[in-house]
Design a protein around this ligand. Structure first.
Ligand code: TMP
Ligand code: ZN
Length: 418
């Protein structure tokens, strides 16, 4: 293997965050920086690393990472991730908000709470419709961006205590929404407790996150990084919220983030359980999400993906081809670090997010440059780190292909396009 050395660590034994059962990592991605830890050269010497290693709980079937940096290290005043930088995500969140308004929202002065509301990308649609709403967002700069758009936002982490404060001020919620947030929260029990307090008797929690079924099927191991402490399945979600008087009543697959699942959760016995739940549970059993062997195979699939990608990149380097990364995604940190990709393989990463530009990528220290650096001097190959936005990107990058450029992707398999 080329590149970053794997660190040798003691076999960390810890306990499942959900059920307390003993868990053990089934593989390691090695020494890993923060996925969103874009940094300047002066900051290299203080870069934070931890061991990224996933485990599967054989008792409650929750997929989780064993070690995680403190949330304060990841979601802080300078958190680099703004939802509104991606157009397709903006479209997705508008559809999510409108679907909730059309199908799930009661008529009586409804109150909608969003956990991890980011820059207000979803709640602003409720705000625009004049619906009572409140966003809960722990990153101060991101919360401020939401307020600037007229989205009511409280800067806090959500748990039972925050739930009580919200209830005292606004009453119970008809809908609690969350997108790409639940999987970030280590103390999910406290969140479930907060949800159980805050929801009206017939209220619904509707949340979506990258889906374990897709990660296993597509070997999209880059969904695993410091912020994603869990990768959920219908199996694990039913169990997690079931312990708090709540019940999974529907699931709806989503295309976002390379394959996500939307979970609809209500108070036990208050809603008819839709057929989608039994179908997903049966599908997950068939896929083996409840069996350790599945994760052994996943480890072998990750290794094969890594070896294939490095063979391609080393080959391109040997031929003197210019390779540029497309999209300095959080996910790409797991890929560059686990595979050992260096600036020798990838000249720079093109990204449209101003807060990332001029910095270097975490761990691999590949420079991040504005989109124009890519568009004004096409490389031979673009390594598609933002593979989850492939459709949108291929459509707008006709010119790159017309100029003879090739895409290199690694999910669901390593291949060149065309
Ligand atoms: P995400 O997959 O977590 O939404 O991150 C996407 C990243 O990729 C974000 O930093 C913006 C960047 N990006 C581009 O630079 N160009 C694009 O066309 C798209 C869709 C994303
Ligand atoms: Zn467990």
């Amino acid at each position: 293997m080329i590149g970053a050395p794997m660190i040798k660590v003691a076999n960390i034994m810890t306990n499942c965050r959900i059920c307390g059962n003993k868990i053990d990592k089934f593989m390691t991605f090695g020494r890993m920086p923060l996925a969103n830890g874009f940094l300047t050269e002066a900051q290299f010497k203080d870069e934070y690393f931890f061991e990224l290693a996933p485990a599967f709980c054989e008792s409650c079937h929750t997929f989780q990472i064993v070690d995680q940096p403190a949330p304060e290290a990841m979601f802080h005043g300078e958190y680099a991730f703004f939802s509104q930088t991606s157009r397709s995500m903006a479209v997705h969140f508008e559809a999510f908000a409108k679907d909730t308004m059309a199908r799930r929202l009661g008529p009586q002065d409804p109150f909608v709470v969003e956990l991890g509301s980011n820059d207000g990308i979803m709640l602003r649609h409720f705000a625009k419709a004049g619906i009572r709403h409140l966003g809960i967002e722990p990153s101060a700069n991101v919360a401020e961006a939401a307020r600037a758009q007229g989205v009511n936002t409280r800067c806090a982490f959500f748990g039972a205590e925050t739930a009580r404060e919200i209830m005292a001020e606004h009453g119970q919620a008809d809908i609690i929404q969350a997108a790409n947030v639940m999987c970030h929260i280590p103390d999910l029990k406290s969140v479930a407790e907060g949800v159980a307090l805050l929801l009206k008797p017939d209220g619904l929690l509707i949340f979506e996150d990258p889906y374990l079924g897709d990660v296993i099927r597509k070997t999209s191991y880059d969904q695993i990084y410091d912020e994603h402490v869990y990768v959920f399945s219908a199996m694990s979600v039913a169990r997690i919220f079931g312990a708090h008087g709540l019940e999974l009543v529907a699931v709806e697959p989503q295309k976002t983030h390379g394959g996500s699942m939307r979970y609809v959760v209500g108070r036990k016995g208050r809603h008819a359980v839709e057929a989608s739940v039994a179908a997903a549970l049966a599908d997950e059993k068939a896929l083996g999400l409840d069996r350790p062997e599945t994760y052994d195979q996943f480890r072998r699939d990750c290794e094969a993906s890594r070896d294939g990608l490095m063979a391609a990149l080393n080959d391109l380097a040997a031929q003197g081809k210019r390779v540029v990364g497309y999209g300095a995604t959080s996910k790409s940190t797991t890929v560059t670090q686990y595979c050992g990709i260096t600036p020798r393989h990838v000249e720079f990463i093109s990204d449209t997010t101003p807060t990332k530009q001029g910095k270097c990528s975490p761990g691999a220290h590949i420079p991040v440059k504005p989109y124009d650096a890519f568009a004004s001097n096409y490389p031979d190959v673009a390594l598609l780190f933002a593979w989850n936005h492939a459709e949108e990107i291929f459509a707008k990058e006709d010119g790159f292909r017309a100029a003879g450029g090739r895409w290199l992707v690694y999910v669901p398999e390593v291949k060149f396009i065309p």
